[in-house]
Write a protein that binds this ligand. Structure first.
Ligand code: NAD
Ligand code: ZN
Length: 350
């Protein structure tokens, strides 16, 4: 039996913080699925929303329920839903594309002009139940470790970035080893990258990068990173830059380390305009630059699932598990740089 109310973590007002509240269980339309959330994970975006920074103030409309990384069990389906049934274990693409804009109608729904993100623009998954359009639900097979279900969103970001160009036999620099950079290292490694240079100021995260398959760990603060990368690549520079930090200094440095004719795929989001040497970093190099937004719908999901079915281990990135109600502690852990991916257990005793 689905109850009428549920526990949810709510961004109650236009101010810092979030609160656990009793909320109505969402009612679903004919093409929707109601999922009983089992696990949700915390993303940097949630931290921005929690702290109510400038980006959050411009984008978020409280009151609403955040949370966009999750997995759970289907509790109810609308009468038009045929692909999933009650009891299926699922995750979901939380970018809801409009289906009508030029991009959506030409195979580029990941850059939909009118995208709505559940957990950002509408109610998300930090709750006992979440409502998802059936077309966005992704069924998870038994072969995929249950813990990895809520990681499809950030893991998919990494898969999309790494596979946006050639990777086998390539030398790769990953700038920023947060959860997505760490996932990218594992994907690049599994797809045959030759040498992976992980560039990250936080020592704990550099250690995780080693566990995920990076051969060379570099601290950007050491002042010696570029020399080491050029030395290790015979003076050529790396074939591929995967920018996973959003830090202006890392972006500029990444382009300096890229070889002539190399590929740069940029996922990290700078919080301000970035100054860099475009002439020498991109133009004269004949570099190919990719901006990476979200996950391709649904090519990335198929690739992510296949990699996990093939046995890719994401568990080193999961550093903490807490009940949803301990979100304050989770936000502190994430902020301190001590944590990588934090799983929040949502499932209540049913
Ligand atoms: P994160 O903040 O956990 O990781 C960023 C890492 O970069 C941190 O470990 C930080 O120590 C490191 N860093 C800081 N300065 C650096 C420098 N000079 N050189 C190298 N590394 C440096 O974030 P995450 O969750 O792993 O996400 C990675 C980035 O991707 C973030 O900027 C995030 O906003 C962005 N993002 C983009 C998309 C998209 O669709 N484009 C989706 C999700 C996240
Ligand atoms: Zn669209």
């Amino acid at each position: 039996m689905i109850p009428k109310t549920m526990q949810a973590l709510v961004k109650t007002s236009a101010a810092p913080g979030m609160e656990m509240r009793e909320m109505p269980v969402p009612s679903i339309g004919p093409a929707d699925v109601l999922v009983a959330v089992e696990t949700a994970s915390v993303c940097g975006t949630d931290l921005h929303i929690y702290h109510w920074d400038e980006w959050a103030q411009a984008r978020i409309k409280p009151p609403y329920i955040p949370g966009h990384e999750f997995c759970g069990t289907v509790a109810a389906v609308g009468e038009l839903v045929t692909d999933v049934k009650v009891g299926d274990f699922v995750s979901a693409e939380m970018h809801v594309a409009c289906g009508r804009c030029k991009q959506c109608r030409s195979g580029q729904a990941h850059v939909c002009q009118f995208v709505k993100i559940l957990g950002v623009d509408a109610d998300g998954a930090f709750a006992d139940y979440v409502k998802i359009p059936a077309s966005n639900v992704w069924k998870l097979g038994d072969e995929i470790p249950r813990d990895f279900g809520s990681l499809f969103d950030p893991f998919g970001n990494a898969v999309h970035t790494v596979l946006s160009g050639e990777i086998a036999g390539q030398t790769v620099a990953v700038t920023g080893c947060g959860p997505i950079g760490l996932f990218a290292i594992a994907v690049a490694k599994a797809c045959g990258a030759a040498d992976i240079f992980a560039i990250e100021p936080n020592e704990t995260r550099r250690e995780l990068a080693r566990k995920m398959g990076a051969k060379t760990l570099l601290d950007p603060a050491s002042g010696d990173v570029e020399r080491q990368v050029f030395e290790a690549t015979g003076g050529t520079g790396v074939d591929v830059l995967l920018e996973m930090s959003g830090h202006p200094a890392a972006i500029a440095q990444g382009f300096r380390m890229l070889r002539m004719g190399g590929r740069a795929s940029l996922l990290g989001i700078p919080s301000r305009a970035v100054e860099m040497d475009l002439a020498n970093g991109v133009i004269f190099k004949g570099a190919t630059v990719h901006g990476i937004n979200g996950r391709k719908m649904y090519e990335t999901w198929f690739q992510a699932e296949a990699l996990l079915r093939g046995g890719m281990d994401l568990s080193p990135v999961i550093t903490h598990r807490l009940p949803l109600a301990e979100f304050d502690a989770a936000m502190k852990l994430l902020e301190s740089g001590e944590a990588s991916k934090i799983l929040l257990t949502v499932k209540r005793q049913r």
